[in-house]
Each structure stands twice: as C-alpha cells, then as structure tokens.
Write a protein that binds this ligand. Structure first.
Ligand code: SIN
Ligand code: MN
Length: 205
C-alpha cells in the first residue's frame, strides 16, 4: 500500500472536479445507491468505464435501475492514476477500465469493506486500485478485518493518492467521516464544489 501525499497538482484537481460535475449531471451520472438489504449508502456514486452495481456487487456496461451506459473515463484521469502508480513503483501498471467516483457530503461515510468484485485474474495478480481524493479531508480506515476498532486511521487530504496492490489489494477499508471545511480554499473558489469530498478509484477489471 502506498500513499502519495499531495500528488495531484492543483490545476488537475480543479479540472477533475469540473469534469466530474459535468459527467455527474449527465446520463449515468451521480445517484444514491442502495445495498442488497435496501439500505442507502451514505454517498453519491457514478461509475465510469463499466458500471459497478452495489446491489449485486457486479460489473456491467449499463446500470440496472435506469439502463444508463457508464460514461467513458476521461484519458487525463487515467494518465494521472497511471503516473501515480509508476511513481509508487511497487505494483504492476494497470490500464484502468473502471473508475468509481464517490461524492461524500460532510455527513457521508462508508463502512469497512474489501474491493473484490474485479476479475479473478486482476485480483490474483494483485493489480492495484488507485484512489484519488479531492475536497474535504476524509478520515480513512484500513485493516485486516472488518472490525473498525482494530483498524488504522489516516487522513486523506485533497490531492492525495492511495494505491492498494499486491498483498494490500484486499485490505478492508472505509471512510469513518469527512471533516467539514477542510478543503483547500482554491478548490472551493475555483470549482464552486459543494462542501464535501470526491473520491475516484481506478481499477482494471
Ligand atoms: C471506496 O472504498 O470505494 C472509496 C474509498 C474512499 O472514499 O476513500
Ligand atoms: Mn473500496
């Protein structure tokens, strides 16, 4: 697992927020997903490249509830993720065909879980997923079990990139809270982003 603090340049963070807002308003854009038990997740989500369905925990070209096709992942997003992975120099390179974008308001959170719905080959090879955070700071938890009391807590700030690959690929992880009013002022001023946090995770199915 590698954490690259402040890796994403301010102009790229601003560009990513603008593009997410644009994509988020269109077909296949942000929605509030539900789990199998009907509970709503505490975040807004959109899937780029392929759709990830939290209800069935599976990937497909379209999302079941409205039939919308997953929008294409912008090349500049992929390039930033791949450059980070090369810089970390710990894991094989990926050609991201999935990017899940989460938007958390200041009351948003995400329980501890593993990301294990990618192909068996991707998981067996330990191909990394690459996570980019923009906006307010998240309190991020990770550990070897679902028990949050045993998890390690770190802050993910705007521009940070976290990469989980190899032996860390199946770590449990989640967001315990988003810290109000912690985004750099230029993110807010330049993008008009609502209070909260955007997280993008790139994977190779
Ligand atoms: C996720 O695990 O899907 C997102 C993690 C994060 O928001 O940092
Ligand atoms: Mn995850």
């Amino acid at each position: 697992m590698v954490l690259l603090k402040g890796f994403v340049k301010p102009e790229d963070q601003i560009g990513m927020v603008s593009m997410c807002r644009q994509l988020g308003k269109g077909p296949g854009g942000f929605y509030r997903p539900s789990l199998k038990n009907g509970a709503k997740l505490n975040l807004w989500m959109m899937s780029l490249g392929k759709n990830w369905d939290p209800t069935t925990r599976s990937y497909g070209p379209t999302r079941p509830f409205d039939g919308a096709q997953a929008p294409t992942i912008p090349d500049v997003f992929k390039m930033i993720a791949q450059t980070a992975n090369s810089t970390a120099n710990e894991f094989p390179q990926i050609n991201p065909d999935v990017c899940i974008v989460n938007y958390y308001t200041n009351s948003g959170k995400l329980g501890l879980h593993q990301d294990k719905d990618e192909s068996e080959s991707s998981l067996t090879k330990g191909l990394p997923f690459i996570s980019i955070s923009i906006g307010d700071t998240a309190e991020f938890l990770f550990g070897n079990t679902r028990d949050k009391d045993q998890a390690t807590k770190i802050n993910l700030e705007s521009g940070d990139i976290l990469i989980l690959g190899g032996e860390s690929r199946l770590l449990f992880h989640g967001v315990s809270r988003v810290k109000t009013d912690t985004a750099p002022s230029w993110v807010k001023e330049e993008t008009g982003i609502r209070p909260g946090r955007i997280n993008l995770t790139f994977r190779q199915y």
